[in-house]
Design a protein around this ligand. Structure first.
Ligand SMILES: *[C@@H]1O[C@H](CO)[C@@H](O)[C@H](O)[C@H]1NC(C)=O
Ligand SMILES: *[C@@H]1O[C@H](CO)[C@@H](O)[C@H](O)[C@H]1NC(C)=O
Ligand SMILES: *[C@@H]1O[C@H](CO)[C@@H](O)[C@H](O)[C@H]1NC(C)=O
Ligand SMILES: *[C@@H]1O[C@H](CO)[C@@H](O)[C@H](O)[C@H]1NC(C)=O
Length: 300
């Protein structure tokens, strides 16, 4: 499928005056994680990230997007996704060897940057940067279109949402979540903070309380590839069921803010909740490992 290329240019860069795409989801994931990490983990990352407020994770959650289009950061451009060469809606599934590009993907990057956070021989600024990548990529991998090859993760699929002309990737990055919260135009941190508080309650004692064990089942710091492949594959399965349920051709030009949105919203919600809870668990495992190995935890 070939689509309007002038349109594509808009989706790829953030426009002045508009909140960076996807920031609401990333910041919410970070706030949820900070609600679930152990005290020791919070202290450790507050120190590494040089921010002793409750915003220490949220404040760096979108950093990786901010450097992605700079000259220095260009090498990270493929680290945000894994392009499954599947065939939605009839076949979904991610395969690491087939789908991870030679210069990296979100799965290899979670491994790469986790190992750097764990490596206390590295300079603190390198480990600080690595932590910011891990926080961001655990969010990205939970967005179904960050695990899909079709039209570059839907960037090349032109749709409508509440009458705006958008691409499908943007709808899943931002529009669905923004509509769920009643429209967010200026203050993503406040909106994310409140959304994270709601999802935290759902995880602690609401509709997700019986799911957390399953969410972190098999999570293994010694095998970051298998761990994040499981997350990628789970996320990608939604491409067949909710993102492109009738295939890529059928969705072109459709208005998605109606029935499509009603089905998509619970997917966005559970994916943000899972990402936040898993990120907390992952950061706890990192700090457990560092303290076992005798590294001075809480003091860099
Ligand atoms: C911590 O992060 C928040 C959010 O980015 C920021 O507003 C605040 O100034 C930071 N505090 C410090 C001490 O850096
Ligand atoms: C691992 O991270 C380093 C530091 O950012 C980067 O230079 C390197 O390209 C990454 N390696 C892979 C395979 O992604
Ligand atoms: C958790 O409980 C909800 C009802 O509150 C139910 O729909 C769901 O199937 C349960 N999930 C698991 C994993 O038991
Ligand atoms: C990945 O997901 C597909 C369905 O989307 C499933 O058939 C397959 O078993 C999954 N693979 C792994 C390794 O979980």
């Amino acid at each position: 499928m070939r689509l309007n290329s002038a349109f594509l240019a808009c989706g790829a860069v953030s426009l002045p005056g508009v909140i960076a795409w996807g920031s609401l989801g990333h910041i919410t994931v970070a706030y949820i994680a900070s609600n679930f990490v152990k005290q020791e983990t919070a202290v450790y990352f507050q120190d590494l990230l040089r921010n002793d407020t409750e915003h220490y994770l949220a404040g760096v959650a979108t950093w990786a997007d901010s450097i992605r289009y700079t000259k220095w950061g260009r090498f990270t451009k493929n680290f945000h996704f894994i392009d499954a060469k599947d065939d939605p809606p009839s076949y979904c599934g991610v395969d690491f060897d087939r789908d991870c590009k030679e210069d990296g993907c979100v799965v290899s990057s979670i491994q790469n940057y986790t190992s750097q956070v764990l490596d206390t021989e590295l300079w603190p600024w390198r480990r600080n940067q690595a932590a910011k990548f891990v926080i961001h990529f655990v969010g990205d991998i939970h967005q179904p279109l960050h695990t899909e090859n079709v039209e570059r993760g839907g960037n090349g699929i032109h749709v409508r949402f509440d009458s705006s002309e958008l691409n499908l990737h943007h709808v899943w990055d931002s529009s669905i979540a923004e509509k769920m919260l009643g429209g967010i135009h200026r203050k993503p941190y406040e909106a994310a903070y409140r959304w994270a508080a709601d999802l935290t309650n759902e995880i602690r004692s609401g509709k997700y309380a019986n799911s957390t064990e399953v969410w972190v089942d098999g999570i293994d710091l010694d095998d970051p590839i298998a761990t994040s492949m499981k997350w990628a594959n789970e996320s990608n399965a939604f491409v067949c069921t909710h993102v492109l349920p009738e295939g890529p051709e059928a969705i072109v030009g459709q208005e998605l803010a109606g029935e499509y949105y009603e089905k998509a919203a619970p997917v966005i919600e559970v994916q943000v909740a899972r990402a936040g809870y898993r990120l907390a668990t992952w950061l706890d495992l990192i700090v457990d490992r560092l303290s076992e190995s005798g590294a001075p935890v809480g003091e860099l």
